[in-house]
Design a protein around this ligand. Structure first.
Ligand code: GDP
Length: 295
C-alpha cells in the first residue's frame, strides 16, 4: 500500500542524512523532493505545493536548523501535515436513526456492492446492529444477484424488487420493511455508471431526497488517483455527501486519492477497503496512515 510514495519520501529525507550540519539549502532540497514524491503519487499540483509551503513555514517557525535533530523534526512536521491532509481526526458513521439509513453512491466498479456487504458485516459483528441491504440497481439484474450472494455470505437479509423499475419506491419500501421487521440499519446500494452522467446523478439525487439518509457515503477506487478526486467533486456537488470510502487500497502503490480527496471536497475518508473478502474493511485513521507512509 502506497509503497512508491513511501520509498520516494524516504529518499527525500536521505538528503538530510550524512550531512554534518544541515543548511537551509538542504531543507529546501528535501522539501522539493517531498513535493516531487507527492506529484508522482498523483496528488494535485496545488495541494502538493501548498503542502510543502506549510511544512516550510512550520520548519522556519520552529527554527528547525538550530534543533538537535533537524532531520527528525522535519519528518515529524511532514507526518503531522500528512495527517491533516487526510482529515485529521477519525470520522465515525452516523447511526442515530431508527432505522439509520445509509445511502451508497459511486461509479460502477468502484466497489460499492462489495463495500455495502463489508459495512453490513462490520455493523452486524462489531456494532451489534441488525442491518438490511437494499438492491436499488434496477439496470443490471446481475447487480441484484451479486448483492444477494454477498448478503447470503454474511447472513444479512437483502431487500430487492426485481420487477420494480423505480429505485425511489424500492428504497422507500425497503425502509418500511426494515421498520416492520426490526432492522436498525438500512444500507441502500445504488446504480453506478462507468462515468459521471446526468441521468445517474438525477436518479441518485431523487433517491437521496426521498429517503433522507442519515449518512450518504461516496465510494471510490483508490487506484484512480486524480480521477477519483474529480468524481468525488461531481458527486459531492449533487449529494453533499458525509464521507468517502476508499476501496482497493491493497492495490494502490501511489496514494494520490487518499491524499487529495479531503482537501478538495472537505469530507472525511471514513473507511477503506483492503481486499475482496468481507472482512477486508478498516476504519480510516489519518494519523496511522501518515505513520505507515513515512515508514
Ligand atoms: P460496484 O460496481 O461499485 O458495485 O463494484 P463491485 O462491488 O462489484 O466491485 C468491483 C470489483 O472490485 C469486484 O471484483 C470486487 O471484488 C473488487 N473490489 C471491491 N473492493 C475491493 C478492495 O477493497 N480490494 C480489492 N482488491 N478489490 C476490491
Amino acid at each position: 500500500m502506497f509503497d512508491n510514495l513511501s520509498e520516494k519520501l524516504d529518499k527525500a529525507f536521505h538528503i538530510l542524512k550524512g550531512h554534518g550540519k544541515i543548511t537551509e539549502v538542504n531543507v529546501a532540497d528535501t522539501l522539493k523532493e517531498v513535493r516531487r514524491a507527492l506529484l508522482d503519487a498523483d496528488v494535485n499540483f496545488k495541494i502538493a505545493k501548498d503542502f510543502t509551503a506549510r511544512v516550510k513555514d512550520k520548519a522556519i517557525g520552529q527554527d528547525v536548523l538550530t534543533t538537535l535533530q533537524p532531520g527528525q523534526l522535519l519528518v515529524k512536521l511532514v507526518k503531522d501535515e500528512l495527517t491533516e491532509l487526510m482529515g485529521g481526526d477519525v470520522a465515525g458513521v452516523n447511526l442515530q436513526g431508527t432505522p439509520s439509513v445509509i445511502l451508497m453512491s459511486g461509479l460502477q466498479g468502484s466497489g460499492k456492492t462489495t463495500f455495502s456487504g463489508k459495512l453490513a458485516n462490520y455493523l452486524q459483528t462489531k456494532k451489534n446492529k441488525k442491518p438490511l441491504l437494499v438492491a436499488c440497481d434496477i439496470y443490471r439484474p446481475a447487480a441484484i444477484n451479486q448483492l444477494h450472494v454477498v448478503g447470503d455470505s454474511i447472513g444479512v437479509e437483502v431487500y430487492s424488487e426485481p420487477e420494480n423499475k423505480n429505485p425511489v419506491e424500492i428504497a422507500q419500501n425497503a425502509i418500511k420493511h426494515a421498520k416492520a421487521n426490526g432492522f436498525n440499519v438500512v444500507i441502500v446500494d445504488t446504480a453506478g455508471r462507468l462515468a459521471v452522467d446526468q441521468e445517474m446523478m438525477d436518479e441518485i439525487a431523487r433517491v437521496h431526497d426521498a429517503i433522507k439518509p442519515q449518512e450518504t457515503l461516496f465510494v471510490v477506487d483508490s487506484m484512480t488517483g486524480q480521477d477519483a478526486v474529480n468524481t468525488a467533486k461531481a458527486f459531492n456537488d449533487i449529494l453533499n455527501f458525509d464521507g468517502v470510502i476508499l476501496t482497493k487500497l491493497d492495490g494502490d502503490t501511489r496514494g494520490g486519492a487518499a491524499l487529495s480527496i479531503k482537501s478538495v471536497v472537505n469530507k472525511p475518508i471514513k473507511f477503506v477497503g483492503t481486499g475482496e473478502k468481507m472482512e477486508a474493511i478498516d476504519v480510516f485513521y489519518p494519523d496511522r496512515m501518515a505513520e505507515r507512509i513515512l515508514g
